[in-house]
Design a protein around this ligand. Sequence first.
Ligand code: ADP
Ligand code: MG
Length: 544
Amino acid sequence: MEKTLEKELAKVSNLENLKRDYETKLQEKDDQQQQLLQRITELESTKQALAEDQQRAIDDLKLQYTTLNKDLEHDDEFSRKRIDDLNTELTSLQDRIIQIQEQIGREVEANSTLKTNISEASTGFADVESELHSLKSKVEQTDGTLLERQKKIEACDDQIVAMKWEVRQMEEQLREEEKMRRKLHNTIQELKGNIRVFCRIRPILEHEKQRGVNMASIHISGEDGENIELLEETYSSLGKLSKKTYSFSFDKVFAPESTQEDCYLEISQLIQSALDGYNVCIFAYGQTGSGKTYTMEGVPDGNSQPSGMIPRAVEQIYTMAQKLQEYNWEYNMEGQFMEIYNETIHDLLGDPTEYGKIKHEVRHDPDGKTIITDITTVPLDSMAKVSYMLARAKRNRATGATNMNERSSRSHSVFILKIFGHNVTTGEHSEGTLNLIDLAGSERLSVSGATGERLKETQAINKSLSCLGDVIHALINKKEGSHIPYRNSKLTYLLQNSLGGNSKTLMFVNLSPLSEHFGETLCSLRFATKVNSCKIGHLKRTIY
Ligand code: ADP
Ligand code: MG
């Protein structure tokens, strides 16, 4: 039982404790309630204050709202206006856009055309571009080359200056050489003889062959064909044959088969002398029909036939004058053509109706120039002019005389070619004269039978030819101060300045090959011997 008590007691104590706990807790609760009530009161007053604040805030807002509303109304008006403006702008922009769109449309169209064009062009363009490219590279190359060239040019310029100087030196030397050539050429000519005699035997002509003529016995010999032998066979009244040989020696003897060219070769050096300023006379001597005119002029009107000494000489003068231009020599030429008949000069280039009416005088200037009064002088600037002049002279000779063939064989025809040289560098002048004379026939006419005109003619020819022989003979055998009979004939007087001194004389002695002309041939050879200096010796001939 105790235990139960104890238990009860423990229970009571627990209960008592519990009761105390509750009582404390109750107290606590009471306190809490009290606090809460106080808090509520506080909140009540806070709530009151808040409500008042709220009311005030609402009032404020209401006021604000009214103000705002007013502002808004004002703004609205502004906005509307702004909107209107904007609308207007918009409209104009829209218009502009439409415009631009149209423009774009057009541009697009144009562009599409351009595009097609471009695509077409681009094909070509590619080519052009590649060409351009290659050109560019070329230009670059050229630039390099140009630079190189420039350098070369500069080097060349220097070289040119040096060369010009050298050229001047050489030109100087050339002029000296040319001077020397002239001097040497002249020395050679003088050594060959200032007077030379050539014989020329013509061939038998066709009509003579047909006639069955006999050939004379003529023999040419010597190293240069300088000797000629004539064999004469005569029968005595008893029928005894006697032979006689005549021997002659000349500078050269041309056989019947020799050509015009062969003959010209020998005289061409004298033409050079005429260009160098010397006076030259070339004569053709011989009986009528021996070939004088053939030798001097060639066959009359025979275009295909080889031309004679006159055309060849003139041609050579033109050629040489051209060559001498290299040495700065300029040449001018002029010609005169006359006939000496019965010791009277006739102008063959003048008016044929005046023929024989004008008296031509020969005068010699102190400076060695020969003047023939009133004679026609023709400037000869071309070969054609020369041919024309020769033809005119021939025509005048024919119209001037009643019988041309007869007359021409009884007059001397004289062609005078004057050659004026001028060296443009040195200022030197040269003046040479080339005289080409086709002499009157040398055949001896029987004076006894001739009368009147014919007698006068014959005497004039004989005198004139023998006078020519005398002059040349006197020149060859000239002694200091000896007299040269130039004045004894018109021909020698006319040619005074071209015979003697430094002048060169060449005589063609033309011979017929026929035995019937033996006597004349012998006479011609004797005349030739008189004017030839061979027998006197080479040295002698050079001194006069
Ligand atoms: P000349 O003038 O001396 O009187 P030509 O020159 O008229 O003589 O000549 C007489 C003829 O002989 C002419 O028919 C001419 O053609 C001819 N003849 C002269 N020489 C020769 C020659 N070397 N060759 C050919 N024919 C010639
Ligand atoms: Mg003749």
